[in-house]
Design a protein around this ligand. Structure first.
Ligand code: G4P
Length: 190
């Protein structure tokens, strides 16, 4: 996706060989025009599937997931990382360890919003080690729903998550796939 690549090249800051800061359009400030195109691109990529629900994880997955939901007319559910005051029981839960942040989050989704009839696309902003994807897949499996694939805004292809999940048979559609962040430079896979 050309517009996304340009945005990464122009505004992305390489913080280290493994971390890319994109807070001017994805992780803090959100560019709604870009998000709209991202939602439409995900919809195109999954146009061969009937999707009944879009599933993501708070917080940065919510914007791209919502624009996909808007484009295809499907509801969007986000897994919560923090305990909610009103969301107390009847939950699917899973554990997500972040190697990047060195913390583990218990994630949860109300059983009200996912069922065995659902065909789910999982959306997230970054794919690094695949831990968030694994946790979300676990939740979909607990619900007995079907995962039709995962849509990722930025995959860090030099980390192992994408390979690992594809090897398990998951269809992954990445809108930008980064080959390297070495020497302060973003290099993409073609
Ligand atoms: P994984 O799910 O693929 O295993 O990823 P990892 O544990 O490495 O990532 C944990 C958090 O760090 C996620 O955000 C993920 O989006 C973010 N992250 C990973 N790599 C990068 C990167 O290169 N740049 C940026 N900006 N973020 C990265 P999170 O904790 O869920 O935060 P948020 O969604 O609330 O923003």
């Amino acid at each position: 996706m050309e517009l996304l690549r340009e945005k990464i090249e122009k505004e992305g800051q390489v913080l280290s060989d493994t971390v890319l800061k994109v807070d001017s359009f994805l992780n803090h400030q959100i560019d709604p025009m870009l998000m709209k195109e991202i939602g439409e691109e995900f919809a195109n990529r999954f146009s061969d599937q009937v999707i009944t629900k879009v599933l993501t994880i708070e917080s940065s997955g919510i914007a791209p997931a919502t624009f996909l939901g808007l484009t295809i007319g499907a509801p969007v559910v986000f897994a919560r990382k923090r305990k909610s005051l009103t969301l107390t029981d009847n939950l699917y839960t899973s554990s997500v360890h972040s190697f990047t942040k060195n913390e583990t989050n218990e994630i949860s989704v109300s059983k009200k919003f996912l069922s065995a009839d659902d065909n789910v696309v999982i959306i997230d902003d970054f794919l690094a080690n695949g831990e968030a994807l694994k946790g979300l897949m676990d939740i979909v499996n607990q619900a007995g729903a079907t995962v039709v694939g995962a849509g990722i805004v930025i995959e860090k292809g030099f980390q192992l998550g994408g390979q690992l999940m594809r090897d398990q048979g998951l269809r992954i559609e990445s809108l930008a796939n980064i080959k390297s962040l070495a020497n302060g430079k973003v290099e993409f896979f073609d």
